[in-house]
Design a protein around this ligand. Sequence first.
Ligand SMILES: [Mg+2]
Length: 368
Amino acid sequence: MIISKIEALPIRIPFRSGTRSDDSAWGDKNLAAADSLLVRVTTDQGIEGWGEAFGFRAVRSVKLAVDELIAPLCVGKDAGQIGPVMHDVYRKLQVFGRSGPLSYGISAVDIALWDIAGKVANLPLYRLLGGAGIDVPCYASLVRYSEPSLVRAGVMEAIGAGFRALKIHEMDLHAIRAAREACGSEVELMVDVNCAWTLNEALDIAAPLEELKLKWLEEPLWPPENWGGLAQLRAHCHIPVAAGENVSTLIDFDRMLAMEAVDYVQPSPAKMGGISVLREVFPIAAVRNVPVMPHSFYDGPGLLAAIHATAALGTKDSMIEWRAFNLEAHWYGDTFGPQAGRIPVPQGPGLGLEPDMNVIRDYRLPDG
Ligand SMILES: [Mg+2]
């Protein structure tokens, strides 16, 4: 079974107009949509596998990496030999970097090859990985609203949808306090500041944050690889720290864990090597007793990859990140999503769900 074609499809789905997301996502009026890069791998037997690369403003750069660097190394190879194919790609492209768009593109191809492997075996991916599961715990991941009244409304909407754990992307203390006031003390609240602070700045804000009893504070420090700083922050305050979505290699995950930088580790399947690397992070995290909370700020195959890996390899603490976006259209229809804070594990072969080709047709960006 030979890889005959690899296509990278940039997709832009706008926020539904008139929603809070439409108004205020990340405080950026220019970001009125969610961009994704879907990757379709086709075999000579006509089997299609779907992968996803990290999106936002990176989609065209990742598409170039897939089209010009990654695909030529994969087409003509045996689709069933994921390990050797990906190893060859890593070795031949390592001079161009071990993270960023190149790694995102490799991740998408890897996920698509695992989708194909599940389809060939006629097994859902979580079973191919040796697991069992009907559903997995899930938390709502909200956009950044900035304005406390919008934060409150977003939090109440997530709670109304059945979530008992949610993450906000607010950086201002007033907005963070508004979220805790809105959700009460029983709901697990996480705060993601996307590498906003120096260590000293984080230590300054730690005291008022401690009172808010966060489940975790995510990526508090700049730069993201300041794992020594994260370890110091953990030593000086009582807020659990989460990070890892910007870690790209297994060796770096091991280094970060060895430095005791995090309470929760967050590998991102559409950034750091797909299923092949994600499944290796679970055991090295388990050795150090650190729960894996996959970064799955995705709507497509990247999300499904996280669900299957977590169902197969996660502990009872692991949760899936569900992006609480109000988008015009959904890859897998309007019915796939969390219920009462748990997300179903798709039971079809491979990733278990196929993207809606009408959505791809209607929202595909021009290639140029
Ligand atoms: Mg994050």
